[in-house]
Design a protein around this ligand. Structure first.
Ligand code: 4AD
Ligand code: MG
Length: 480
């Protein structure tokens, strides 16, 4: 006889057909005449398997007695309408077999509730929990819809290197790649001096087979080379930051989505970021409804309303100077409420400032643009009409997270770019290939970077970015 068709626990529908369920046991309750076994197979809902114990064969009875949370099982039966339970259906089981047993005494997830902090210490098992499996599904849907968006808009997906000599953000936050023995590495110079300042013109040695090399902080520069040939492109890959931050918004390894558009200015970059976010969030609302309902119930009551608002309301676009003005007015009311009450032109906005703008002042996603030149990266295009004080840069701030996107129009004028790089003490020779793009058929171009884990945090309404990626990398944590 053919084996029964396998159905997913979340999408099971009542019918007369004999079907099979394969998954992991969440709970077991044994009564005199019946056993209730909740099974989850990685889809968004578990199903209750109801197994009458009268008249079952000895083998099944033995299995029932050994069932524990965490066992993998294969159940066969019919899906029927159910009265109680989370699901409107249940499996009326006629057979149940343990595939892999799970000793309750040592299984770290045997107990029902665990804190997210504890779950981070068992990152290899936490996808079996409701919360982290829901994050994983939303993450997958978001990644798929990001590709879908750019593909439908005609962007080419390009892959840029992870090992590189270029510090895109110029912040000296790169991990070094080395083929040297540990003892030798300690003798090499550091990117930052003892006070934490970037050291200009340091010889970083030649530890990557005779050359200096680091893990990339951004795929942008490689993205620009392709935009200046293919037109519109995007990268979506891992990036690394060697900053020692223990915050709920920073990771040492995170994924970044970086579109780059040729013949484009800052407004096109903002327009594109807004359409992209609206598209991916509406896709998540549609495809991850059960998971987002779960996050709404257990993490963030206003979640779906906020996501619907993001999709339906135009984002605010606010010059940096106005952002400073609003913040100064608000802070003046009660400076003691602020951790960083000093705000003036030139201030790099702190998360509390960003969140106040998005959450309180505008209750919306807000693009802040035209930032002061001195707090932004070398490649951003100078605003010609602003006394040389600002650059064509934008950050997108969203409620609950703060900065979600950072982008700019790029400086396409060779002489202006070289001058800027010199001012910042960058080694021009290291960027010869980047400057070639300005020597040979330069075009105005623009792009941005979206921190993928910040997007996952935002869409799931969870607090900590360490729960937005399967194996978070932060200072002191590179296990698993
Ligand atoms: O603002 P950032 O540093 O910009 C860039 O790297 C540009 N080269 C991007 C571009 O124009 N192509 O980073 C972009 C985004 C931030 O807005 C934030 O969402 C995220 O990346 N990000 C981080 N996410 C997690 N952990 C960190 N340590 C992050 N640093 C930045
Ligand atoms: Mg930024």
């Amino acid at each position: 006889t053919p084996s029964p068709r396998r159905v997913k626990t979340a999408s099971a529908q009542a019918s007369d057909e004999l079907v099979s369920i394969k998954g992991w046991v969440r709970t077991v309750r044994r009564q005199k005449t019946v056993a209730f076994v909740e099974v989850n197979d990685g889809s968004s809902l578990e199903i209750q398997c109801v197994l009458p114990l009268e008249g079952v064969d000895d083998a099944t009875m033995e299995e029932i007695n050994e069932l524990t949370t965490g066992c993998s099982v294969h159940a066969i039966g019919k899906i029927i309408e159910s009265q109680g339970g989370k699901q409107s259906v249940e499996l009326s089981a006629t057979s149940l077999r343990i595939i892999g047993s799970c000793p309750g005494e040592t299984y770290p997830l045997a107990k029902k509730r665990h804190s997210l902090e504890y779950l981070r210490t068992i990152a290899h098992l936490r996808p079996r929990t409701n919360t982290i499996s829901a994050v994983a599904r939303v993450r997958s849907t978001l990644a798929g819809s990001i590709h879908a968006f750019f593909q439908k808009e005609g962007f080419n997906y390009v892959q840029t290197p992870l090992i590189t000599a270029s510090d895109c953000e110029g912040a000296g936050e790169m991990f070094r790649v080395t083929t040297l023995e540990i003892d030798d590495v300690e003798k090499l110079p550091r990117a930052k001096d003892e006070e934490g300042n970037m050291q200009a013109g340091v010889d970083y040695g030649s530890d990557f087979f005779g050359k200096a090399a680091f893990l990339t902080v951004s795929g942008q520069l490689g993205g620009e080379t392709h935009a200046c040939a293919l037109g519109d492109v995007y990268t979506f890959g891992p990036t690394f930051r060697a900053e020692n931050s223990q915050t709920a918004r920073h990771l040492a390894e995170f994924w970044m989505v970086e579109p780059e558009m040729a013949f484009a200015d800052l407004t096109s970059a903002m327009d594109n970021a807004e359409s992209m976010l609206k598209f991916v969030v509406s896709t998540a609302l549609e495809k991850c409804d059960e998971d987002l309902t779960f996050f709404g119930n257990f993490f963030d009551k206003g979640l779906k309303d906020r996501l619907h608002k993001l999709v339906n309301v135009p984002f605010v676009r606010l010059p940096y100077r106005d952002a400073i003005k609003y913040l100064q007015e608000e802070i003046a009311k009660d400076p003691s409420k602020w951790q960083f009450p000093e705000v003036e032109f030139g201030t790099d906005l702190a998360t509390e400032h960003e969140r106040w703008l998005a959450e309180t002042k505008f209750e919306s996603a807000v693009f802040v643009y035209n930032y002061p030149k001195k707090i932004k990266a070398f490649y951003m295009r100078d605003n010609d009409d602003d006394g040389g004080e600002t650059v064509n840069a934008m950050d997108l701030l969203v409620p609950g997270v703060g900065e979600l996107v950072g982008g700019s129009q790029r400086e396409e004028r060779l002489d202006v770019l070289v001058e800027k790089m010199k001012e910042l003490d960058l080694n021009i020779d290291d960027y010869w290939w980047y400057l070639d793009l300005r020597r040979f058929g330069s075009v105005p171009h623009a792009g941005y970077g979206l921190g993928f884990e910040r997007l996952v945090t935002y869409v799931c309404g969870i607090e900590n970015i360490r729960d937005a990626i399967a194996f978070p990398r932060y200072p002191g944590n590179a296990e698993f």
